[in-house]
Design a binder for this molecule. Sequence first.
Ligand SMILES: N[C@@H](CCC(=O)N[C@@H](CS)C(=O)NCC(=O)O)C(=O)O
Length: 201
Amino acid sequence: MLTVHGMSASGNCHKVRMLLEYLRQPYRWIETDTMKGMTRTPEFLARNPNGKVPLLEIEPGRYLAESNAILCYLADGTDMLPEDRYQRALALQWMFFEQYSHEPYIAVARYIALFLPEDDARRADLPRLRDRGQQALKVMEGHLEGADWFAGGRYSVADIALFAYTHAAAGGGFDLAGYPALRRWLDRVRAEPGASDMPSP
Ligand SMILES: N[C@@H](CCC(=O)N[C@@H](CS)C(=O)NCC(=O)O)C(=O)O
């Protein structure tokens, strides 16, 4: 059986849970709290030297890290990864966008706002992170004004990747009121099998 080493309050880990639930694939979830140093133990680093979750254990001793790589692996051959070459590349385009232009701002702002003490120096970064995060939300809004989904004309791994931290953006101080197309898309995703909001930390 597949094993996911993940933290329930992490959007990157939530992506994996949502896809496994959509696919109705049995799995075991090992709660791995990064705040308690569980990704920095010698045992965990032997499995993923980068010390991060999610980590998928495909079979004993065979691991895969990086949330969006895990999504592609699990979705291979299913309706969640577009078969068409261009549409599949568009799904990847949005997943790379998520990792480079969205997650580093929206997820990091959420982490600082929700998990770090009030006097933590990293709070000084919040205005810059929120500004850059708004830019990513505007790019998504522009796309969603003309399309229901991000790739392939239907729900796919690209939607799951972007849903993870977008639906939880309020935790980072983002107000989604000014993004009507994006809010309609969040509701479309929520209506898909296996979709769920992340539990509050
Ligand atoms: N690019 C990675 C990012 C993973 C990541 O940053 N994981 C965080 C939790 S959201 C983590 O494990 N942090 C623990 C640490 O850095 O010590 C992915 O998409 O999987």
